[in-house]
Design a protein around this ligand. Structure first.
Ligand SMILES: [Zn+2]
Length: 486
């Protein structure tokens, strides 16, 4: 039986989080929360005779993305009209970039489940404007909201280097992570500000000829992207094995049935009758501008992960978890800059702080604990004011009250008992009260040692310094003359 391989390219559409739209002064509003048609003007409503003006901030955001995706920025950019008739497009054309896109020849390394790294080529990154949003009603009517019309949109087109649904997901997630790092897109797929459309074809393994492709839409989660792509690959292989032919078309992903279905037969590019936008001059981008934007790029996830491992000695896993989101990474780095061991700080964030954030459904930007607060708590453990278990309790209280660790430790009397004389007297008393256990221990019943530790902790409500208790127990249990009369 013929073995097939999948050939997948991804088109990603990402709205840019600028204050105003791509070619007019209308503000960019939340497409779900803002009342419909409240952020519109004659330009983005497509009134005749209105002139577009390029949003410089949008160009810079697009340049950030192109540079972060290792693209070459083209100096000479032109905008084109992509003509088609649809109610969400009031001008009956979309201003886009066609022949001369902003960024070309980029790449992105993705990590596969196997632990290997794979490089995915990026063919182009170009600017365009978003369309309005249609809502289809049950009675057959449709509503249109032009708030989204003219919102700056970036299209990122990969080379067909992707071979599976899992790779498609890994690539899309990494692009989304980078956009969020760059502060240009929230990555919210549910709201449609980050949209992924794979082009999928299959061919006999080893063949260089591309098969007929289908384009998949309606993917509103990374899970749907992975599953929808895998489904489509399997469907196409089944069609070919049955002696059939794959039809070039756009297919939708049915969220409930977890399968793809025919949406429409695909237009060829020439159907759009692209031609240069006569109302916009070419956009010239000089080297000085490119280098300024490049210099302002934040440190990106891969660089952060490498630095956390080299500089702080973190494990690959811990470094990845902390670098996942820029806000978390910066919180961690602030804590490290205040001082104390990066590994200890990393452990507290990953094991304890994340658990509390999950329980309370809060992000790192919403919590009341500052990096400084956490470092203070860690210091109370390292100077033995409190032990680790108490510190976890204190952290939970810090999380809900926002109080510093020191205040909680004092007001609740949680400070650890580290005074040697106090503990020595206490242990002596326990040994006197339990002569039979002392004799049994000295006759070789070593496991009683844990029982003695438990007695000390019980008597001190868990606040005895464990290291000191162990040291004193060793001394006192092994030197009869020092305590009881046995
Ligand atoms: Zn407008």
């Amino acid at each position: 039986m013929t073995q097939y391989e999948a050939v997948i390219g991804l088109e990603i559409h990402a709205e840019l989080m600028t204050r105003s739209k791509m070619f007019c002064g209308c503000r960019v509003v939340d497409s779900v929360e803002a009342p419909p048609n409240t952020a519109v003007c004659p330009v983005c409503l497509g009134m005749p005779g209105m002139l577009p003006v390029i949003n410089r901030q949008a160009v810079e955001y697009a340049m950030r993305v192109a540079l972060a995706l290792n693209c070459t920025i083209q100096h000479h950019n032109i905008f084109a009209r992509k003509n088609y008739f649809y109610p969400d497009l009031p001008k009956a054309y979309q201003i886009s970039q066609y022949e001369l896109p902003l960024g070309v020849n980029g790449w992105l390394d993705i990590e596969l489940d196997s632990g290997e790294t794979k490089r995915i080529g990026i063919r182009r990154v170009h600017m365009e404007e978003d369309t309005g949003k249609l809502t289809h009603l049950e009675d057959g009517g449709s509503l249109v909201d032009y708030n989204r019309s003219g919102v700056p949109l970036l299209e990122i087109v990969s080379e067909p280097d992707i071979r599976s649904g899992e790779e498609a997901r890994a690539y899309a997630m990494k692009v989304r992570q980078i956009l969020r790092y760059l502060g240009v897109n929230s990555g919210d797929m549910e709201k449609g500000v980050f949209r992924v459309e794979p082009n999928i074809s299959v061919r006999p393994a080893g063949s260089q000829i591309l098969g007929t492709r289908t384009e998949l839409k309606n993917l509103n989660s990374f899970r749907s992207l992975a599953e929808g792509t895998a489904y489509e690959i399997a469907r196409q292989i089944a069609v070919l094995r049955d002696g059939g032919q794959v039809v070039q078309e756009t297919r939708g992903w049915h969220e409930g049935r977890r399968e793809t279905f025919t949406q429409r037969v695909k237009e060829e590019a020439e159907d759009y009758r692209y031609f240069p936008e006569p109302d916009l001059p070419p956009l010239e981008i000089d080297n000085a501008w490119i280098e300024r934007v490049r210099a302002e790029l934040p440190e990106l996830p891969d660089a952060k992960i490498a630095r956390y491992r080299a500089e702080y000695g973190l494990t690959e896993y811990d470094a990845r978890v902390l670098a996942e989101e820029r806000a978390v990474a910066e919180w961690f780095e602030t804590a490290v800059s205040i001082g104390s061991d990066p590994k200890t700080i990393a452990n507290w964030i990953i094991n304890d702080l994340f658990r509390l954030m999950n329980e309370h459904k809060q992000s790192i930007t919403e919590i009341r604990i500052s990096p400084h607060n956490l470092v203070e708590l860690i210091q109370l453990v390292s100077n033995q004011t409190i032990n680790n278990n108490t510190a976890k309790e204190v952290l939970a209280e810090m999380f809900t009250t926002g109080q510093p660790a020191q205040t909680i430790v004092q007001s609740r009397g949680l400070a650890q008992i580290s005074d040697e004389t106090t503990l020595r007297n206490l242990i002596n008393q326990i040994l006197v009260n339990h002569p039979e256990e002392v004799i049994a221990y000295r006759n070789g019943k070593q496991q009683l040692r844990g029982w003695f530790v438990g007695q000390v902790m019980k008597a001190t409500r868990g606040q005895a310094n464990p290291a000191l208790v162990n040291k004193l127990l060793t001394q006192l249990l092994n030197t009869p003359s020092d305590n009881t009369n046995t």
